[in-house]
Design a protein around this ligand. Structure first.
Ligand code: GDP
Length: 365
């Protein structure tokens, strides 16, 4: 499954946030593909469309889609030189698909700030620098190796070195590799390096309990917004402490607590949705009377492979897919009306599944 790593300096609220995630977390029995590890939290993706489908179909069971958050604690200045447990943590970051960077935006004299005072921008830069240094190391090693192998002027290797040199320049300018615009082909050439600063990032601005509902008033949040806007990254203000309290409540209690705080929904829900988007994932639905369920695919997945997410037999025996878009079904109000309106499409092996497709697969067993 795809995963999002939680990084940040010590004492910014990572563990508090991660605990909220695992508390609120999903029943892992529903997600046999997920990793069982104390540092991994499985979250269900809140989706209004799923609720609406449930109203229309009234199924026996409902299963949202899920992905993983990985707690990557212990990243400190000097990690790229092996400070702390540096290299181990960098290796964990290498394995995730996207990064949630937690930044301290709360003041609390009782909680030590590793750099002496709250300054979210210099915190972000400290972490980013470690990731950049680690990437410089990977890129330079790779350039050396490729140059040695380049006997007789292999065109592909020459191209790869050229891209790596451009990435190196960007890194030496203290910028993340993702700030360099690369074509799809160029990206493919360097994909195997799994560069840390190539991964998409969002910033979670951790504010105090008092500011949970009006986080935009917090000047640090505004600083983070400005910084993030320059790299085109998203910011999710969140109060990790409040989230850990919300996560302990259910149903009505939770609703009441949110209202007391003046919040529409939990910050965790907003964070989960933003992270899902960051991972570049699409959701399609199956909607039968037994079960209404959301499934995750990577953008660009064709119908048989999308079916394979449910079961490998579905992919192997794929015949066709009967598809209606969520919007059409919601507007029609029932499958019968969808059929009358001619909005049910039959699609074959080459069909690229779209976000929000409601699909019934036909397959041979
Ligand atoms: P980590 O080192 O980044 O994992 O940080 P922790 O989650 O362990 O948090 C460090 C300390 O800050 C703990 O004592 C938390 O209770 C506290 N903390 C986290 N978020 C907040 C917050 O929003 N407000 C206040 N006052 N304290 C917080």
């Amino acid at each position: 499954p795809l995963s999002c790593g939680i990084v940040g300096l010590p004492n910014v609220g990572k563990s508090t946030l991660f605990n909220a995630i695992t508390q609120a977390g999903a029943e892992s029995a529903n997600y046999p593909f997920c990793t069982i590890d104390p540092n991994v939290g499985v979250v269900e993706v809140p989706d209004e469309r799923l609720n609406k489908l449930v109203e229309l179909v009234v199924p026996k069971s409902i299963v949202p889609t899920a992905f993983e958050f990985v707690d990557i604690a212990g990243l400190v200045a000097g990690a790229s030189k092996g400070e702390g447990l540096g290299n181990k943590f960098l290796a964990h970051i290498r394995e995730v698909d996207a990064i949630v960077h937690v930044v301290r935006c709360f003041q609390d004299e009782n909680i030590t700030h590793v750099a002496g005072k709250v300054n979210p921008i210099s915190d972000i830069e400290t972490i980013n620098l470690e990731l950049i240094l680690a990437d410089i190391d990977s890129v330079e090693k790779k350039i050396d190796r490729s140059r040695k192998n380049m006997k007789g002027g292999d065109k592909k290797v020459a191209q790869e070195v050229e891209v790596l040199e451009r990435i190196k320049d960007v890194l030496y300018a203290d910028k993340p590799a993702r700030s360099l615009e690369l074509t799809d082909d160029e990206q493919l050439l360097v994909r195997d390096l799994h560069l840390l600063t190539m991964k998409p990032v969002l910033y979670a601005a951790n504010v105090s309990e008092e500011e949970a509902a009006n986080s935009e008033d917090n000047e640090y949040v505004q600083m983070v917004r400005q910084f993030a806007a320059e790299e085109g990254a998203e910011v999710v203000p969140i109060s990790a402490k409040v989230e850990s309290e919300i996560a302990e409540l259910d149903g009505e209690d939770k609703q009441m607590f949110l209202e007391e705080l003046g919040m529409q929904e939990s910050g965790l829900n907003r964070l989960i949705r933003a992270a899902y988007k960051l991972l570049g994932l699409y959701t399609y639905f199956t909607a039968g009377v037994q079960e209404v369920r959301a499934w995750t695919i990577v953008k660009g997945t064709k119908a048989p492979q999308a079916a394979g997410v449910i079961h490998t037999d579905f992919e192997r025996g794929f015949i066709r897919a009967e598809i209606v878009s969520y919007d059409d079904l919601a507007a029609a109000g029932s499958m019968a009306i969808v059929r009358e309106r001619g909005q049910l499409r039959l699609e074959g092996k080459e069909y690229v599944v779209q976000d929000g497709d409601v699909i019934h697969f036909r397959f041979n067993v």
